[in-house]
Design a protein around this ligand. Structure first.
Ligand code: NAD
Length: 345
Protein backbone atom coordinates (compact mmCIF):
# COMPACT_ATOMS: atom_id res chain seq x y z
CA UNK A 1 0.00 0.00 0.00
CA UNK A 2 2.98 2.25 0.66
CA UNK A 3 3.36 3.56 -2.88
CA UNK A 4 1.87 7.07 -2.67
CA UNK A 5 4.41 9.89 -2.92
CA UNK A 6 6.09 11.06 0.31
CA UNK A 7 4.92 14.23 2.02
CA UNK A 8 6.53 16.98 0.01
CA UNK A 9 4.18 19.81 -0.84
CA UNK A 10 2.77 21.69 2.15
CA UNK A 11 -0.89 20.96 2.47
CA UNK A 12 -3.36 21.28 5.29
CA UNK A 13 -5.36 18.74 7.24
CA UNK A 14 -8.60 19.83 5.52
CA UNK A 15 -8.74 16.64 3.45
CA UNK A 16 -8.67 14.38 6.51
CA UNK A 17 -12.07 12.96 7.48
CA UNK A 18 -10.97 9.73 9.17
CA UNK A 19 -8.41 9.20 11.91
CA UNK A 20 -7.02 5.89 13.19
CA UNK A 21 -6.32 5.62 16.90
CA UNK A 22 -4.13 2.67 17.87
CA UNK A 23 -4.56 1.51 21.48
CA UNK A 24 -7.79 1.79 23.47
CA UNK A 25 -6.31 2.67 26.85
CA UNK A 26 -7.08 5.91 28.65
CA UNK A 27 -5.25 8.11 26.13
CA UNK A 28 -6.50 6.28 23.03
CA UNK A 29 -10.14 6.53 24.07
CA UNK A 30 -9.74 10.17 25.05
CA UNK A 31 -8.25 10.96 21.61
CA UNK A 32 -11.14 9.09 19.99
CA UNK A 33 -13.61 11.28 21.88
CA UNK A 34 -11.77 14.47 20.94
CA UNK A 35 -11.56 13.58 17.23
CA UNK A 36 -15.15 12.31 17.04
CA UNK A 37 -16.66 15.26 18.88
CA UNK A 38 -14.94 17.52 16.33
CA UNK A 39 -16.81 15.69 13.53
CA UNK A 40 -14.10 13.25 12.37
CA UNK A 41 -14.66 9.54 11.82
CA UNK A 42 -12.47 7.47 14.15
CA UNK A 43 -11.34 3.85 13.90
CA UNK A 44 -9.76 2.36 16.99
CA UNK A 45 -7.47 -0.68 16.99
CA UNK A 46 -6.69 -2.55 20.19
CA UNK A 47 -4.87 -5.90 20.60
CA UNK A 48 -6.34 -6.86 23.97
CA UNK A 49 -9.70 -8.46 23.17
CA UNK A 50 -11.61 -7.58 26.40
CA UNK A 51 -10.37 -3.97 26.10
CA UNK A 52 -11.39 -3.92 22.43
CA UNK A 53 -14.83 -5.32 23.23
CA UNK A 54 -15.50 -2.72 25.93
CA UNK A 55 -13.98 0.26 24.06
CA UNK A 56 -17.24 1.65 22.65
CA UNK A 57 -19.20 1.22 25.89
CA UNK A 58 -16.37 2.86 27.83
CA UNK A 59 -16.25 5.77 25.36
CA UNK A 60 -20.04 6.18 25.55
CA UNK A 61 -19.83 6.34 29.34
CA UNK A 62 -17.15 9.05 29.24
CA UNK A 63 -19.12 10.99 26.61
CA UNK A 64 -22.20 10.80 28.84
CA UNK A 65 -20.22 12.36 31.69
CA UNK A 66 -19.01 15.10 29.36
CA UNK A 67 -22.52 15.71 28.08
CA UNK A 68 -23.87 15.93 31.64
CA UNK A 69 -21.20 18.53 32.39
CA UNK A 70 -22.35 20.53 29.32
CA UNK A 71 -19.12 19.84 27.43
CA UNK A 72 -20.57 18.15 24.36
CA UNK A 73 -22.21 20.16 21.54
CA UNK A 74 -24.01 17.20 19.94
CA UNK A 75 -26.07 14.23 21.17
CA UNK A 76 -23.89 11.40 22.48
CA UNK A 77 -25.25 9.02 19.81
CA UNK A 78 -24.09 11.35 17.01
CA UNK A 79 -20.56 11.36 18.37
CA UNK A 80 -20.40 7.65 19.17
CA UNK A 81 -21.74 6.76 15.68
CA UNK A 82 -18.53 8.24 14.23
CA UNK A 83 -16.40 5.72 16.16
CA UNK A 84 -15.80 2.10 15.18
CA UNK A 85 -13.50 -0.62 16.51
CA UNK A 86 -12.41 -2.93 13.65
CA UNK A 87 -10.84 -6.29 14.42
CA UNK A 88 -7.64 -5.81 12.41
CA UNK A 89 -5.02 -3.11 12.01
CA UNK A 90 -5.41 -3.24 8.22
CA UNK A 91 -9.15 -2.49 8.43
CA UNK A 92 -8.54 0.26 10.96
CA UNK A 93 -6.20 2.07 8.60
CA UNK A 94 -8.47 2.08 5.53
CA UNK A 95 -9.13 5.69 4.52
CA UNK A 96 -7.36 7.12 7.57
CA UNK A 97 -5.50 10.37 6.81
CA UNK A 98 -3.86 10.55 10.23
CA UNK A 99 -2.81 7.91 12.75
CA UNK A 100 -2.58 8.65 16.48
CA UNK A 101 -0.63 5.79 18.07
CA UNK A 102 -1.51 5.46 21.77
CA UNK A 103 -0.28 2.01 22.82
CA UNK A 104 1.72 1.13 25.93
CA UNK A 105 4.91 3.06 26.62
CA UNK A 106 7.35 0.42 25.38
CA UNK A 107 10.06 1.10 22.81
CA UNK A 108 10.05 -2.38 21.22
CA UNK A 109 6.24 -2.34 20.88
CA UNK A 110 6.36 1.12 19.25
CA UNK A 111 9.20 0.13 16.88
CA UNK A 112 7.26 -2.94 15.69
CA UNK A 113 3.98 -1.03 15.39
CA UNK A 114 5.45 1.91 13.46
CA UNK A 115 7.07 -0.54 11.02
CA UNK A 116 3.59 -1.99 10.43
CA UNK A 117 1.98 1.45 10.13
CA UNK A 118 4.65 2.55 7.66
CA UNK A 119 4.11 -0.58 5.60
CA UNK A 120 0.31 -0.42 5.63
CA UNK A 121 -0.37 3.27 4.96
CA UNK A 122 0.28 5.61 2.05
CA UNK A 123 3.16 8.05 2.45
CA UNK A 124 0.75 10.99 2.66
CA UNK A 125 -0.61 9.69 5.99
CA UNK A 126 0.91 11.28 9.10
CA UNK A 127 1.95 8.80 11.81
CA UNK A 128 1.87 10.47 15.24
CA UNK A 129 2.74 8.93 18.61
CA UNK A 130 1.21 9.95 21.94
CA UNK A 131 4.36 8.83 23.77
CA UNK A 132 5.32 10.79 26.89
CA UNK A 133 8.98 9.83 26.93
CA UNK A 134 10.21 8.22 23.69
CA UNK A 135 11.48 10.39 20.86
CA UNK A 136 10.38 9.60 17.29
CA UNK A 137 14.03 9.16 16.25
CA UNK A 138 14.10 6.07 18.49
CA UNK A 139 11.13 4.27 16.92
CA UNK A 140 11.01 5.61 13.35
CA UNK A 141 14.67 6.27 12.38
CA UNK A 142 14.99 3.26 10.06
CA UNK A 143 11.60 3.45 8.34
CA UNK A 144 11.36 4.22 4.61
CA UNK A 145 8.50 6.65 5.40
CA UNK A 146 10.05 8.24 8.47
CA UNK A 147 9.45 11.79 7.18
CA UNK A 148 5.76 11.53 8.19
CA UNK A 149 6.54 10.28 11.73
CA UNK A 150 6.57 12.49 14.81
CA UNK A 151 5.34 12.78 18.39
CA UNK A 152 2.01 14.45 19.20
CA UNK A 153 2.03 14.26 22.99
CA UNK A 154 -1.27 15.11 24.71
CA UNK A 155 -1.83 16.23 28.26
CA UNK A 156 -3.92 13.76 30.24
CA UNK A 157 -6.82 13.75 29.63
CA UNK A 158 -6.82 15.54 26.28
CA UNK A 159 -10.59 16.14 26.33
CA UNK A 160 -10.12 18.52 29.29
CA UNK A 161 -6.52 19.76 28.99
CA UNK A 162 -6.62 20.99 25.43
CA UNK A 163 -2.96 21.21 24.47
CA UNK A 164 -0.64 18.77 22.71
CA UNK A 165 3.09 18.99 22.08
CA UNK A 166 4.26 18.44 18.51
CA UNK A 167 7.80 17.05 18.68
CA UNK A 168 9.42 16.45 15.29
CA UNK A 169 12.52 14.33 14.78
CA UNK A 170 15.29 15.77 12.60
CA UNK A 171 13.86 13.68 9.72
CA UNK A 172 10.20 14.80 10.13
CA UNK A 173 9.02 16.83 7.13
CA UNK A 174 7.60 20.37 7.50
CA UNK A 175 4.44 19.05 5.84
CA UNK A 176 3.87 16.40 8.53
CA UNK A 177 4.33 19.10 11.18
CA UNK A 178 1.93 21.44 9.36
CA UNK A 179 -0.75 18.76 8.98
CA UNK A 180 -0.47 17.82 12.67
CA UNK A 181 -0.75 21.47 13.65
CA UNK A 182 -3.78 22.06 11.41
CA UNK A 183 -5.52 18.95 12.66
CA UNK A 184 -5.01 19.90 16.31
CA UNK A 185 -6.44 23.36 15.64
CA UNK A 186 -9.42 21.73 13.90
CA UNK A 187 -10.18 19.63 16.99
CA UNK A 188 -9.71 22.57 19.35
CA UNK A 189 -6.42 21.42 20.85
CA UNK A 190 -3.73 24.12 21.10
CA UNK A 191 -0.62 22.88 19.25
CA UNK A 192 2.62 23.48 21.15
CA UNK A 193 5.42 23.14 18.61
CA UNK A 194 8.87 22.19 19.83
CA UNK A 195 11.74 23.08 17.53
CA UNK A 196 13.45 19.70 18.01
CA UNK A 197 13.55 16.58 20.12
CA UNK A 198 14.48 16.87 23.77
CA UNK A 199 13.93 14.24 26.44
CA UNK A 200 10.79 14.92 28.51
CA UNK A 201 9.58 17.39 25.84
CA UNK A 202 8.46 20.71 27.41
CA UNK A 203 5.40 19.65 29.43
CA UNK A 204 7.22 17.11 31.56
CA UNK A 205 10.37 19.23 31.84
CA UNK A 206 8.29 22.03 33.40
CA UNK A 207 6.35 19.60 35.55
CA UNK A 208 9.64 17.93 36.52
CA UNK A 209 11.23 21.24 37.55
CA UNK A 210 8.38 21.92 39.96
CA UNK A 211 8.31 18.37 41.30
CA UNK A 212 12.10 18.37 41.77
CA UNK A 213 11.95 21.42 44.01
CA UNK A 214 8.85 20.10 45.80
CA UNK A 215 10.64 16.84 46.63
CA UNK A 216 13.70 18.79 47.84
CA UNK A 217 11.55 20.93 50.15
CA UNK A 218 9.76 17.86 51.57
CA UNK A 219 13.01 15.88 51.91
CA UNK A 220 14.62 18.76 53.82
CA UNK A 221 11.65 18.99 56.22
CA UNK A 222 10.73 22.52 55.12
CA UNK A 223 7.10 21.85 54.22
CA UNK A 224 4.60 18.97 54.23
CA UNK A 225 3.52 17.25 50.98
CA UNK A 226 -0.07 18.31 51.65
CA UNK A 227 0.95 21.96 51.93
CA UNK A 228 2.88 21.74 48.65
CA UNK A 229 -0.33 20.51 47.00
CA UNK A 230 -2.38 23.29 48.61
CA UNK A 231 0.17 25.93 47.65
CA UNK A 232 0.16 24.88 44.00
CA UNK A 233 -3.58 24.17 43.80
CA UNK A 234 -4.81 27.36 45.48
CA UNK A 235 -1.92 29.64 44.55
CA UNK A 236 0.35 29.03 41.59
CA UNK A 237 -2.03 26.68 39.78
CA UNK A 238 -5.07 28.93 40.23
CA UNK A 239 -3.16 31.78 38.63
CA UNK A 240 -1.60 29.60 35.93
CA UNK A 241 -5.04 28.42 34.84
CA UNK A 242 -5.50 31.94 33.44
CA UNK A 243 -2.01 33.20 32.61
CA UNK A 244 1.31 31.42 32.21
CA UNK A 245 4.42 31.96 34.33
CA UNK A 246 5.93 34.55 31.96
CA UNK A 247 2.76 36.67 31.83
CA UNK A 248 2.57 36.31 35.62
CA UNK A 249 6.06 37.80 35.94
CA UNK A 250 5.19 40.56 33.46
CA UNK A 251 2.12 41.62 35.42
CA UNK A 252 3.46 41.08 38.93
CA UNK A 253 6.06 43.83 38.64
CA UNK A 254 5.58 47.41 37.50
CA UNK A 255 8.02 47.68 34.63
CA UNK A 256 7.17 44.21 33.40
CA UNK A 257 9.42 41.25 32.72
CA UNK A 258 12.64 43.27 32.34
CA UNK A 259 12.19 44.88 35.75
CA UNK A 260 11.09 41.53 37.19
CA UNK A 261 14.33 40.05 35.79
CA UNK A 262 16.41 42.77 37.46
CA UNK A 263 14.68 42.32 40.81
CA UNK A 264 14.07 38.59 40.95
CA UNK A 265 16.55 37.18 38.40
CA UNK A 266 19.54 37.18 40.81
CA UNK A 267 17.40 35.65 43.59
CA UNK A 268 16.03 32.87 41.35
CA UNK A 269 19.51 32.29 39.91
CA UNK A 270 20.87 31.86 43.46
CA UNK A 271 18.10 29.37 44.31
CA UNK A 272 18.89 27.45 41.13
CA UNK A 273 22.65 27.42 41.78
CA UNK A 274 21.91 26.07 45.26
CA UNK A 275 20.34 23.05 43.46
CA UNK A 276 23.17 22.79 40.95
CA UNK A 277 21.34 24.37 37.99
CA UNK A 278 22.81 26.74 35.42
CA UNK A 279 21.55 30.33 35.40
CA UNK A 280 19.16 31.04 32.50
CA UNK A 281 18.34 34.61 33.66
CA UNK A 282 20.55 36.29 31.08
CA UNK A 283 19.77 39.73 29.64
CA UNK A 284 19.30 38.37 26.11
CA UNK A 285 16.86 35.64 27.14
CA UNK A 286 14.85 37.98 29.38
CA UNK A 287 14.68 40.49 26.53
CA UNK A 288 13.42 37.86 24.07
CA UNK A 289 10.76 36.64 26.51
CA UNK A 290 9.69 40.21 27.32
CA UNK A 291 9.29 41.15 23.66
CA UNK A 292 7.15 38.08 22.86
CA UNK A 293 4.97 38.31 25.96
CA UNK A 294 4.43 42.08 25.60
CA UNK A 295 3.40 41.59 21.97
CA UNK A 296 0.56 39.26 22.89
CA UNK A 297 -0.94 41.31 25.73
CA UNK A 298 -4.23 43.02 24.87
CA UNK A 299 -3.30 46.56 26.00
CA UNK A 300 -0.26 48.86 25.72
CA UNK A 301 -0.72 50.01 29.29
CA UNK A 302 0.66 47.79 32.06
CA UNK A 303 -2.06 49.00 34.44
CA UNK A 304 -4.85 48.03 32.03
CA UNK A 305 -3.34 44.55 31.53
CA UNK A 306 -3.17 44.12 35.32
CA UNK A 307 -6.84 45.12 35.52
CA UNK A 308 -7.64 42.43 32.88
CA UNK A 309 -5.81 39.83 34.96
CA UNK A 310 -7.73 40.86 38.06
CA UNK A 311 -11.05 40.77 36.20
CA UNK A 312 -10.23 37.25 34.95
CA UNK A 313 -9.20 36.12 38.44
CA UNK A 314 -12.45 37.49 39.83
CA UNK A 315 -14.53 35.65 37.25
CA UNK A 316 -12.71 32.42 37.94
CA UNK A 317 -13.13 32.83 41.71
CA UNK A 318 -16.82 33.46 41.20
CA UNK A 319 -17.16 30.29 39.07
CA UNK A 320 -15.29 28.24 41.69
CA UNK A 321 -17.05 29.77 44.72
CA UNK A 322 -19.47 26.90 45.25
CA UNK A 323 -17.23 24.18 43.87
CA UNK A 324 -16.74 21.47 46.45
CA UNK A 325 -13.44 19.81 45.54
CA UNK A 326 -13.32 16.28 46.98
CA UNK A 327 -9.66 15.96 45.96
CA UNK A 328 -8.49 18.90 48.07
CA UNK A 329 -7.95 16.37 50.90
CA UNK A 330 -5.78 17.04 53.92
CA UNK A 331 -4.23 20.00 52.15
CA UNK A 332 -7.57 21.81 52.04
CA UNK A 333 -7.96 25.27 53.47
CA UNK A 334 -10.74 23.99 55.74
CA UNK A 335 -10.52 25.99 58.99
CA UNK A 336 -9.13 23.91 61.82
CA UNK A 337 -6.98 21.71 59.58
CA UNK A 338 -3.47 23.09 59.86
CA UNK A 339 -0.71 21.11 58.17
CA UNK A 340 3.00 21.57 58.60
CA UNK A 341 6.24 19.81 57.76
CA UNK A 342 5.80 17.95 61.05
CA UNK A 343 2.37 16.60 60.06
CA UNK A 344 -1.26 17.49 60.57
CA UNK A 345 -1.86 19.44 63.78
N1 NAD B 1 -1.40 8.24 30.89
C1 NAD B 1 -0.89 9.44 30.73
O1 NAD B 1 -0.85 10.28 31.64
C2 NAD B 1 -0.31 9.82 29.39
C3 NAD B 1 -0.26 11.17 29.04
C4 NAD B 1 0.22 11.50 27.77
C5 NAD B 1 0.67 10.51 26.91
N2 NAD B 1 0.64 9.21 27.30
C6 NAD B 1 1.14 8.19 26.37
O2 NAD B 1 0.04 7.61 25.71
C7 NAD B 1 0.31 6.24 25.41
C8 NAD B 1 -0.80 5.37 25.99
O3 NAD B 1 -0.88 5.58 27.37
P1 NAD B 1 -2.12 5.04 28.24
O4 NAD B 1 -1.98 5.67 29.57
O5 NAD B 1 -3.38 5.20 27.46
O6 NAD B 1 -1.75 3.49 28.32
P2 NAD B 1 -2.73 2.26 28.63
O7 NAD B 1 -1.86 1.19 29.18
O8 NAD B 1 -3.92 2.74 29.41
O9 NAD B 1 -3.25 1.82 27.19
C9 NAD B 1 -2.45 1.25 26.19
C10 NAD B 1 -3.30 0.30 25.37
O10 NAD B 1 -2.56 -0.09 24.21
C11 NAD B 1 -2.89 -1.47 23.96
N3 NAD B 1 -1.87 -2.03 23.08
C12 NAD B 1 -0.64 -2.48 23.40
N4 NAD B 1 0.03 -2.85 22.30
C13 NAD B 1 -0.81 -2.63 21.24
C14 NAD B 1 -0.68 -2.78 19.83
N5 NAD B 1 0.43 -3.24 19.27
N6 NAD B 1 -1.73 -2.43 19.05
C15 NAD B 1 -2.87 -1.95 19.60
N7 NAD B 1 -3.05 -1.79 20.93
C16 NAD B 1 -2.02 -2.11 21.73
C17 NAD B 1 -2.97 -2.10 25.34
O11 NAD B 1 -3.68 -3.32 25.32
C18 NAD B 1 -3.69 -0.98 26.13
O12 NAD B 1 -5.10 -1.15 26.08
C19 NAD B 1 1.69 5.93 26.00
O13 NAD B 1 2.66 6.05 25.00
C20 NAD B 1 1.87 7.04 27.04
O14 NAD B 1 3.21 7.38 27.28
C21 NAD B 1 0.14 8.83 28.52
Amino acid sequence: MNNTPPLEKPHSADHIDTVAVIGAGSIGLAWAMVFASAGLKVRIFETDIPTRDSALAETAMKLTEMSTAGLLDEPISTVIDRISVPASLEETLIGAGFVQESVIENLEVKIALFAELDRLTGRDVVLASSTSTIMASRFAEDLPGRERCLVVHPANPPHFLRIAEIVPAAFTSPTAIQISRDLLLRIDIAPILLDREIEGFAFNRLQGALLREAYCLVRDGIISPADIDTLVREGLGRRWSLIGPFTTSELNTRGGLRRHGELMGPVYARLGLERGHENPWTEGTIDRVAREIEAQLPHDSWEENVRERDRAMMQLSSLLKDFDNPLAGAGSTTPGVVTSARGVQ
